[in-house]
Design a protein around this ligand. Structure first.
Ligand SMILES: Cc1cc2nc3c(=O)[nH]c(=O)nc-3n(C[C@H](O)[C@H](O)[C@H](O)COP(=O)(O)OP(=O)(O)OC[C@H]3O[C@@H](n4cnc5c(N)ncnc54)[C@H](O)[C@@H]3O)c2cc1C
Length: 366
């Protein structure tokens, strides 16, 4: 059978664009469908009406520990060597996050050596044989006081339920550092694309063997296109017309404001665990290094509507996902990929990893 394309990719975020580019480089003809009017998925950035480069779906900082992922992405951009720092606004003070020696000294108004911090924390943690929920995970790592100040309110705002109601895995990766490292990420490779994610994605998909259709939903055209293999990076539930019902997501509403002042806050992101309705404020110039006399910030309001951002980490949602996986397993010449296709929160580098791995597999199979 002759196919019009070797590969059809639904979605032009990191997962889809990586597979598309990798396979096009290997000589395959690829069609990319994107239902939005832009490429890049949730990493999309654009200049707003005030000339400030903003991230439309919230702040995106690239970081990875994998040299081959960094090399892959670096083919399409040079980097602004940005080191992301986050502060958490608690009781009128901006504390460094993740909790580290500097946070401890500000919080308890005394000096700490590394050894003193270790013993202070270990005197306060509560031991659980097997933590049953996210609250137990955090207090077993940092104790109740730090949990109350920095995490209880944030988790409630972020998920709409308390940490006691969340699976242990949700908060299992929150780090605590016994150093003075204020950086948010500790990966060796970190940065922001110098000319933005939009330019990066345009370069990635600009290839003689890649065709791109924007504003085109897979479901609307799937019967008209012949392809040897389909890579679907949209919602696995939408692929199957939500026969078992929709997979739940925690959504996010982004409210942007531009201020006639050079700087709004001292850091790229400030978390607000206990005050106001939003979880955090991002100032984009701090990420991108843009110089302007005015500045744009965004407020993030979690909600069950808004942009679907985070798969709900509950038992019932995972069970529903499992049912869709069974259907996916029966599909011929079709792969599901990315944060929506695999229904889990992944960072950008993990989306690239998924894309690179699948491209390798498909080269063997096709
Ligand atoms: C608020 C927020 C902040 C984040 N910050 C960071 C960060 O700082 N660093 C980091 O590494 N990661 C961050 N992430 C994670 C990052 O957004 C993801 O890792 C990345 O977007 C995953 O890429 P993807 O290709 O899997 O999905 P997406 O980027 O969502 O791309 C999927 C694409 O598929 C398209 N699509 C869906 N269905 C269809 C269909 N039926 N037909 C055609 N097209 C379709 C969508 O329109 C979309 O463009 C953040 C996530 C959120 C929510």
């Amino acid at each position: 059978m002759a196919f019009s394309y070797d590969i059809l990719v639904a979605g032009s975020g990191w997962a889809g664009a990586t597979v598309a580019r990798k396979l096009a480089d290997e000589g395959l003809r690829v069609l990319v469908l994107e239902r939005r009017n832009h490429i890049g998925g949730n990493c999309y950035d654009e200049y707003n009406e005030h000339g400030i480069l903003i991230h439309r779906y919230g702040p995106h900082i690239f970081h990875t520990k994998f040299p081959h992922v960094w090399e892959f992405a670096s083919q399409f951009t040079s980097w602004r060597l940005y080191r992301h720092e986050v502060r958490s606004y608690v009781d009128g003070t901006f504390f460094p996050i993740p909790v580290n020696l500097n946070t401890m000294e500000m919080l308890y108004r005394r000096n700490f050596t590394r050894e003193e911090m270790i013993s202070f924390i270990s005197d306060r943690v509560i031991h659980y044989e097997e933590p049953k929920n996210s609250h137990e995970v955090i207090v077993s790592q940092m104790g109740q006081d730090i949990y109350d100040k920095f995490f209880a309110g944030y988790t409630l705002k972020q998920w709409g339920v308390t940490a006691d109601e969340l699976e242990p895995e949700v908060c299992s990766r929150i780090p605590i550092r016994y150093t003075r490292d204020n950086r948010y990420f500790s990966d060796p490779y970190q940065g922001i694309p110098k000319e933005g994610y939009g330019r990066l994605f345009r370069r990635m998909l600009d290839h003689e063997r890649i065709s791109l259709l924007l504003k085109t939903d897979y479901s609307a055209v799937k019967d008209e296109i012949k392809a040897g293999w389909t890579v679907y990076t949209g919602g696995i539930d939408t692929f199957f017309n939500r026969v078992y019902g929709p997979l739940p997501y925690r959504g996010m509403r982004f409210v942007f404001e531009t201020h006639e002042q050079e700087s709004y806050q001292g850091w790229g992101v400030v978390n607000y665990p206990n005050d106001f309705g939003y979880t955090r404020i991002t100032e984009y110039k701090r990420l991108t290094g843009q110089e302007r006399s005015h500045t744009t910030i965004s407020f993030e309001y979690p909600s069950n509507n808004g942009e679907p951002c985070y798969p709900m980490p509950t038992k019932s949602a995972m069970a529903l996902y499992g049912r869709y996986c069974k259907l996916a397993g029966k599909m011929d010449r079709t792969s599901f990929l990315g944060r929506l296709g695999s229904y889990r929160y992944i960072n950008m580098d993990q989306a690239i990893l998924q894309g690179l791995d699948l491209a390798e597999e498909l080269l063997e199979l096709i």
